[in-house]
Design a protein around this ligand. Structure first.
Ligand code: FAD
Length: 424
């Protein structure tokens, strides 16, 4: 690297949680950094919008999963955000009411047995599909398949059990009333980000790496790639030389699944005055959603769909989303609620050109792909992003930590001396 002439020490591609964490760490180490972002905003899949004035909703990440060890809890508090510690209770209360105690106990026992078998895969290092561990004849199979759609964005048969076992979820999930996306946006404020600067090509033939964007070329001594795996797999950036086949294969086997959020206005809080209430849709079919009713006591309903259900609804559009949600809600609460709800907004991650899906899952046999995707190339191309996280794949805190890890690896390579290290 001696004598390498470049505009910047490091170029970071992507200003999601991973790219911003890498960028901040490298700036703090004294390096000259450029963060190149395709969108007209930072945050990537962490994105809070105002559904109505004063009513923030998260179209992407929302829950501070693994709250007791989630580093973004402290980040949020240090930035002045309130953290809501009412942990979720997914669908327990309403499911128990709807199913009756005996059926509810049965479904919970089946679920526990399923996760025990998945966890055993982790201990045995056995990389098979999650569908191996649930009886397709069980009356609860459609519901679990539907739940896997919301957890991983795909069906039981498509998802690696070993990967799920390695993702160390805990039961503590907190929220951010001002929005997870708002936290990530404030965390990234002030960093040297170039917006609307999609990287189209990366030439790493020479001593400096050259990155092409419609706004011009940036050269850097090293690069942190903090893109969704889907875009690496699709070769959305032309690399010269091309990325090694193992890297492309790893990305292709970590597809981003399908998940959809739909926000409905529920003025007058027709479902009651609870702080919030969660309810699982149907138990007898896979195409069914999960409903968060009056979150924080707000006059909205948030519907969440996964897998094929999400993909179909996103493609079908807002009218179909509203109809589907109404049908499932009417099934429980009665048809009189139909007239009280209207669609405010919804996500569209699957058709988003800079995401091409919701979050990564490993295909059966490919749990090790996350480690392969994370490996640096030529000590100059470093990889970050949720798909590179083994213990926290698919999450925002996993993305954030992966960015810090990539920055540390880069600093270790060039020495902790910041700029001096890069030049030595
Ligand atoms: C519906 C939904 C619900 C979720 N819920 C949760 C949750 O409750 N809790 C949780 O922890 N996580 C959740 N997640 C996952 C979480 O949002 C992501 O794992 C995390 O935000 C990913 O961060 P990242 O930095 O890896 O990727 P991204 O946020 O996707 O950032 C990558 C950035 O790269 C940019 N980019 C792409 N191509 C280029 C290019 N060629 N040049 C320059 N820039 C480019 C993109 O625009 C993007 O800004 C959810 C995600 C979705 C979609």
């Amino acid at each position: 690297m001696t004598g390498v002439s470049a505009d910047k020490d490091v170029a970071v591609v992507g200003a999601g949680a991973a790219g911003l964490a890498a960028g901040r760490r490298l700036v703090e180490a004294g390096l000259e950094v450029a963060i190149l972002e395709a969108r007209d905003r930072i945050g990537g899949r962490a994105w809070t919008v105002e559904a109505r004035p004063g009513l923030p909703v998260d179209l992407g990440c929302e829950w501070l999963h693994c709250a007791e060890r989630n580093p973004l809890v402290a980040v949020a508090r240090n930035l002045g955000f309130d953290v809501d510690e009412h942990s979720e209770f997914w669908s327990t209360r309403t499911s128990r009411l709807r199913l009756g105690q005996a059926a509810y106990d049965d479904i919970m026992a089946a679920l526990e047995a399923f996760w025990e078998k998945v966890d055993a895969c982790g201990e045995e290092d056995r990389d098979v599909a999650c569908s191996e561990f649930f009886d397709p004849e069980s009356p609860w199979h459609p519901w679990l398949d539907s739940a896997m759609g919301r957890i991983a964005g795909a069906s039981l048969a498509e998802v690696s059990a070993l990967d799920q076992a390695r993702i160390k979820e805990t039961d503590l999930n907190w929220r951010l009333p001002a929005g997870y996306g708002s936290v990530i946006a404030r965390y990234g404020a002030g960093l040297p980000v170039a917006l609307e600067a999609p990287v189209t090509g990366i030439d790493w033939n020479g001593p400096a790496v050259a990155l092409d964007t419609p706004k011009g070329r940036v050269t850097a001594r090293a690069v942190v790639l903090a893109l969704p795996a889907s875009l690496i797999a699709a070769e959305a950036i032309a690399f010269a030389p091309a990325l090694p086949p193992a890297k492309l294969e790893a990305a292709a086997n970590l597809p981003l699944g399908s998940d959809l959020k739909v926000f409905l206005a529920a003025d007058g809080k027709p479902f009651g005055g609870q702080y919030d209430m969660q309810y699982s849709g149907r138990f007898d079919r896979t195409d069914s959603g999960h409903y968060l009713i009056h979150p924080y006591g707000r006059p909205i309903v948030e519907a969440y769909y996964g897998g094929r259900n999400a993909k179909d609804l996103e493609a079908a559009g807002p009218a179909a989303m509203l109809d589907f949600a109404m049908e499932e809600l009417a099934d429980v609460f009665g048809a009189e609620f139909r007239g009280e709800l209207s669609l405010i907004t919804h996500s569209s991650w699957m058709s988003d050109p800079w995401a091409r899906g919701a979050y990564s899952y490993a295909k059966p046999g490919w749990a090790d792909a996350r480690a392969t995707l994370a490996e640096p190339l030529d000590d100059r191309l470093f990889f970050a992003g949720e798909a590179t996280s083994i213990s926290d794949g698919a999450s925002c805190h996993g993305a954030y930590q992966s960015g810090l890890d990539a920055a540390e690896a880069l600093l270790a390579r060039f020495g902790q001396g910041g700029k001096a290290g890069m030049q030595s």
